[in-house]
Design a protein around this ligand. Structure first.
Ligand code: ZN
Length: 244
């Protein structure tokens, strides 16, 4: 068993049930002696992702016993107010399209800002000092609340506003989706890749019918495209990794 790299710190991972946040959870479990998870119900169309969370946590405990001791409580927070604000393709049944400002209408203004604020409030109460999120600005949909500058500003705001020294970690920030698959394999081998393919959810439309090589999903929404193309690039780069 590998010793935690930062055994004194406890981490709270923003865990949606998707590929990125599951990879971040594995990243945290490899580093911290105590790791808790938080997820948000916000009226997302793909609320099926929330149903993936408990089985994923159970599978991680079962298949990765060296991580099980560090994996602590899971928190699910109702942020239905985001869905009530409405008018996005992530929370309303409307077609996904590009807006005049160059962002897809799946952008939910303020979503990650609110997530991080609530996560920090939970971390404050739980005595956790590291917040871990899957935000990424390398291979993403252009959401401004995923940018590194936004994360740095949020870390400062949270620390000033709560008088703490939270560290906001975003291990995927400079990775493209192919590198995110590679990171998962480096952390948990083919077993973790298999769990991510079969058990995580990414598709914005909530499609979970057919299991493709890269996972479940419609294959054409922006989230599926990133996941599918990243998987293909990773497989090509590794000359055919173990079949998942
Ligand atoms: Zn999709």
């Amino acid at each position: 068993m590998q010793a935690p790299a930062d055994p004194s710190a406890g981490a709270l991972v923003l865990f949606s049930g998707g590929q990125d946040s599951t990879t971040c959870l594995a990243w945290a479990l490899a580093r911290f002696a105590r790791v808790e998870t938080i997820g948000f119900a916000y009226g997302q169309r793909h609320a099926v992702e929330l149903a993936c969370r408990a089985p994923l946590l159970a599978a991680l405990r079962r298949d990765f016993p060296h991580w099980a001791g560090a994996l602590g409580d899971d928190h699910l927070v109702d942020l239905g107010v985001i869905g009530q604000l409405g008018d996005t393709a992530l929370t309303d049944t409307i077609a996904i399209r590009m807006q005049d400002d160059g962002l897809p209408n799946t952008f939910v203004p303020g979503r990650n800002l609110l997530f991080l604020t609530v996560a920090a409030a939970v971390a404050y109460r739980r005595g956790l000092t590291v917040l871990v999120g899957g935000m990424c600005e390398t291979d993403f949909s252009g959401y401004p609340d995923c940018r590194d500058d936004t994360m740095k500003a949020m870390q400062l705001a949270l620390n000033l506003g709560m008088d703490r020294r939270f560290r906001l970690e975003t291990p995927l920030m400079w990775l493209d989706k192919a590198a995110t698959w590679a990171l998962a394999e480096s952390l948990g081998g083919p077993a973790l890749v298999r769990r991510i393919v079969a058990d995580t959810h990414t598709c914005y439309l909530g499609e979970r019918g057919e299991l493709h090589a890269w996972g479940h999903g419609c294959g054409t929404c922006p989230a599926c495209e990133l996941r599918r193309n990243g998987y293909a690039r990773w497989r090509a780069a590794t000359g055919g990794a173990p079949a998942a």
